[in-house]
Design a protein around this ligand. Structure first.
Ligand SMILES: [Zn+2]
Ligand SMILES: [Zn+2]
Length: 128
């Protein structure tokens, strides 16, 4: 098991997520790596990404297609409604939102993640 956990493939999958600033989906990681790793299958990429998300090495972002982020501290995202691209938004974490959620629902809140939606600069450029 230990040998599998730190397999070369897995390391390359992890590095691909780190290198991409786009919060890639399994398909995007697979497309990125298959030229170097012809034996790689989409299923293997999927399995490794899920495993790393469960261990906390990566964060899995919910959406129509699961996307993966190498930055595991809470931060804010924005998703393009046209191309589906996900980027980080440089906003400070707002602990007041956590307190507001606690007051609203009676929960003990440990944190939140935000996902904005809109049109990315590239798609906005296309439409004009
Ligand atoms: Zn876009
Ligand atoms: Zn992110």
């Amino acid at each position: 098991m230990a040998a599998r956990r730190f397999s070369r493939q897995r390391e390359q999958i992890y590095q691909a997520v780190c290198a991409a600033k786009t919060h890639p989906s399994a398909q995007m990681v697979y497309d990125d790596l298959k030229k170097d790793l012809p034996k790689l299958s989409l299923g293997t990429v999927y399995r490794n990404l899920h495993q790393m998300a469960e261990e906390g090495t990566l964060v899995e972002l919910d959406g129509p297609v699961a996307r993966f982020d190498a930055i595991t501290v809470p931060h804010t995202h924005i998703q393009c409604e046209r191309c589906g691209g996900v980027r980080d938004v440089d906003l400070p974490y707002d602990p007041e939102l956590d307190r507001m959620a606690e007051r609203a629902g009676g929960w003990t809140v440990h944190g939140h993640s935000l996902m904005f939606c809109g049109i990315c600069p590239a798609c906005a450029g296309e439409s004009t």
